[in-house]
Every structure is written in C-alpha cells, then in structure tokens.
Write a protein that binds this ligand. Structure first.
Ligand code: ZN
Length: 151
C-alpha cells in the first residue's frame, strides 16, 4: 500500500518505541525524516482523546526548544502515538535526546500551551495531568525506545 504504516504489521511491534516511518529525498537533495513515536501498544491500549490533544500541543511547542528541525508533530488517529516530521536526516537514536528533553519539559510544565478558543480548534478539550502521566510513562521506558519489535 502507499502508506508506510499500512505495511507495518502492528501485531509485531512493542510499544513504546521510536522508529523511522518514512524518509523522503526532495528534488533539491534535502531530506525529510518522519518518525513514528509510539506511546501505547497498538490494538491493546490507547491514549485518552484529551491527553492526545494536550500532548500534541505540548510536544509541538516544547520540542521546538530542543531542535530547529521540527516541521510537524501530529497525533495518530488510533491515538497510540504521534508522527514527528523532521527536516534533514535523523535516526531514532540520535533524536532520542530531543524527545527525552521534550518529555522532561512537558512533565514540569504548568499549563498546556494554546489551550484556548483563540489558538485552538477545541480549547476545552485538554488535560495537563493526562498528558503528563502519559509522558512520564513514555519516559519511564526510555531504555526500550530503540526496540521496535519483540524479537
Ligand atoms: Zn488544539
């Protein structure tokens, strides 16, 4: 199929993990890297909708304090993780410190940025505590981010 993740057997992965979902070389020679940042085990667990939304806001804002290459942070529709689109060639290993720093910032934050009707399409649909709990659980398993499958 056309979409990389549609060719991934989601039964074989072990969340949390970080893997390259796509890599595109542009006509000018520049490269884009898309990371699959998986928080919960596919088809077993998923994040609450409000937590996904707040994590999206917080990752999008805080991650840019640690990397100038962040083009986009988007939630997966299945609510098990996020795609992080980056300018340039990136490996999950090399990007892990940015993710870790982002999680630490997020856990220490006092609010969800832009969680209001002016800056967001559903300003009431947020949970700081839910986002921080999910971030802490993800961070607690930092050592296994590099292991995508069981074998
Ligand atoms: Zn929003």
């Amino acid at each position: 199929m056309n979409v990389e993740s549609f060719n991934l057997d989601h039964r074989t992965v072990v969340a949390p993990y970080v893997r390259i979902a796509d890599r595109k070389e542009l006509p000018g020679g520049d490269v884009l890297t898309k990371l699959d940042v998986r928080f919960t085990q596919p088809n077993v667990a998923h994040l609450a909708s409000e937590a996904v939304h707040s994590l999206e806001h917080m990752m999008a804002e805080h991650m840019r304090n640690h990397s100038n290459d962040v083009l986009d942070v988007s939630p997966m529709g299945c609510r098990t993780g996020f795609y992080v689109l980056l300018v340039g060639d990136h490996t999950p290993e090399a990007f892990a410190p940015v993710l870790e720093a982002t999680m630490r910032d997020l856990i220490a934050a006092d609010d969800v940025p832009a969680a209001n009707e002016i800056q967001c399409g559903w300003g009431a649909h947020h949970t700081l505590e839910g986002a921080q709990t999910a971030a802490q659980e993800f961070l607690d398993q930092r050592d296994s981010w590099g292991q995508v499958t069981a074998s």
